[in-house]
Ligand binder design. Structure first.
Ligand code: HEC
Ligand code: HEC
Ligand code: HEC
Ligand code: HEC
Length: 382
């Protein structure tokens, strides 16, 4: 599970409190650098990092005015292999510790990149609501699935209170045609994985409501029919396994259509085909009546953090807007956006080692990373 509000809060609190002590123990005091010698050395860096450390290449960070001790630490971690898989590995091979201190001193002496990169991005009110963007993005879905994911159209699945994982898989399967539905495929065209993830979290967090009472089928008879299903879908269709869809309160017509889909092979899923193989038409209607009348229970989904809430956590170390004045923490304001995305993804995946940043980033989803990177890249001179 990527997002857990309580875990985030706890991590933010504990790490903010212990950050200074941990850093002081792990990192030796930086060497004093010679700025003119570093300037000479920086000629070989300019091809990628730009003249005076302002990079115009996506994925290459700006260096001008970054804290020298942080630049040193960065170069040393490329050298000792703690930061892997980048073009910097070859660059640092030939550099001594003194060279590193020199070039760090030079870049550190320049005007900070966040004074040079011009854009300024303040947080808009929309960024205070974690669902603001997704509410807009799901506007067109609402016609069929309802504003809050509770549909009142017969034959239509409700999405409110459905499991995140299941929703993401379903959406991806429509997109790549594994689950065949031309309309759904068209609605999802061009949406990124991050968009789908946002939508899934949004719908999962909505309070589910039971569909209109079924007009066909016998719910009591359905109780017996669904006994073998309960191992996966739970007795009442409110199962906990996130990969298995919750059926409680779904529209009966939709449940029948879904079952027919598996049985005819239109919806390709071996487990479900077998589970339904021996059922008669009347069993299917009874099953649908049973689940449709079962009361859906809200999932204990936490709301994702709004950008403003994330940024508040980051500010404990990186300063407001990423304008860090503390040499232990890199300046993020105005940094190259693609570089920030790469950095956060690597921390998240554990490829770039930093216990503090791992703790911060392992709860981030793709869209959190994208939003944070855009936010910090957009912070200019204040
Ligand atoms: C061939 C292109 C290239 C050259 C030449 C190059 N760099 Fe880099 N540098 C990169 C890339 C790409 C990254 C981002 C790597 C990553 O994602 O970790 C980077 C990252 C860095 C970082 C990490 C910055 C941060 O915010 O953590 C430092 C410091 C750095 N380079 C310093 C230098 C110095 C000093 C030189 C010259 C001695 C140099 N680089 C030469 C491509 C280059
Ligand atoms: C014109 C009506 C319509 C619109 C608009 C629509 N959908 Fe659907 N949606 C359907 C129908 C019908 C199904 C069932 C299709 C099937 O049988 O696979 C469905 C299925 C789904 C499912 C799978 C539900 C399940 O329980 O397996 C998800 C998730 C979903 N839609 C999300 C969305 C999102 C997100 C949007 C907006 C981008 C959207 N839909 C727009 C009609 C619509
Ligand atoms: C071994 C676990 C398992 C068993 C047993 C099982 N299911 Fe499922 N069921 C699943 C999974 C996983 C899916 C999602 C499949 C997919 O991605 O299309 C699913 C999907 C469904 C759906 C589609 C839901 C939707 O939102 O589109 C229905 C309806 C359903 N099951 C009914 C049943 C019934 C009725 C039974 C018993 C006769 C049953 N299932 C037994 C695991 C199971
Ligand atoms: C507890 C202190 C702390 C908090 C809170 C924190 N960071 Fe960091 N961050 C660090 C440290 C220390 C580093 C340097 C780690 C390293 O050497 O790789 C770092 C590095 C980074 C980098 C790499 C910068 C570069 O130039 O390579 C990014 C990006 C970053 N943090 C983003 C964030 C974001 C976004 C948040 C909030 C969600 C955050 N950080 C919260 C301490 C923190």
């Amino acid at each position: 599970m990527k997002h857990t509000l309580t875990a985030i809060t706890a991590a933010g609190f504990v790490f903010a409190a212990t950050a200074g002590a941990a850093w002081a123990q792990e990192t030796p005091p930086p060497l004093v650098g010679d700025t003119p010698a570093g300037k000479k050395m920086a000629e070989i860096c300019a091809a990628c990092h730009g003249v005076e450390g302002i990079s115009d290449q996506p994925g290459v960070p700006h260096l001008s005015g970054q804290h020298p001790s942080y630049i040193q630490a960065g170069l040393l971690s490329y050298k000792d292999g703690h930061r892997k898989g980048t073009r910097m590995a070859e660059v640092v091979v030939g550099l001594s510790k003194q060279d590193i201190a020199n070039v760090a001193a030079y870049y550190g002496s320049l005007k900070p990149f966040n004074r040079i990169v011009k854009r300024t991005g303040a947080l808009s009110p929309a960024e205070e609501d974690p669902f603001a963007t997704v509410r807009e993005a799901t506007g067109e879905c609402a016609a069929c699935h309802g504003d809050d994911g509770n549909s009142d159209i017969p034959g239509m699945p409700s999405l409110a209170g459905q499991h995140v994982s299941y929703l993401i898989t379903a959406l991806k399967h429509y997109q790549d045609g594994v689950r065949k539905d031309e309309d759904m495929q068209a609605f999802l065209e061009g949406l990124t994985d991050a968009d789908l993830e946002d939508m899934a979290y949004f719908y999962a967090a909505m309070e589910p409501k039971r569909a209109e009472p079924p007009t066909e089928g016998d719910a009591l008879a359905g109780l017996a029919v669904t006994a073998p299903c309960s191992g996966c879908h739970a007795d009442d269709g409110n199962n906990k396994d996130p990969k298995t869809p919750r059926l409680a309160g779904l529209d009966a017509e939709y449940l029948v259509a879904a079952a027919e889909g598996y049985r005819s092979g239109g919806r390709n899923h071996e487990v479900m085909r077998e589970a339904l193989a021996s059922l008669r038409e009347t069993d299917i209607k009874d099953m649908a009546a049973f689940y449709a009348t079962s009361e859906p229970k809200a999932l204990p989904v936490r709301k994702p953090l709004a950008l403003a809430e994330w940024a508040e956590k980051c500010s404990h170390c990186h300063g407001a807007g990423g304008h860090s004045a503390d040499p232990r923490f890199p300046i993020l304001a105005g940094q190259n956006e693609a570089y920030l995305i790469n950095a956060l993804k690597r921390y998240h995946g554990g490829e770039r080692e930093s216990s503090m940043m791992y703790a911060m980033s392992f709860l981030m989803g793709e869209s959190d990373i994208a939003k944070l990177a855009a936010f910090y890249a957009g912070q200019g001179a204040d």
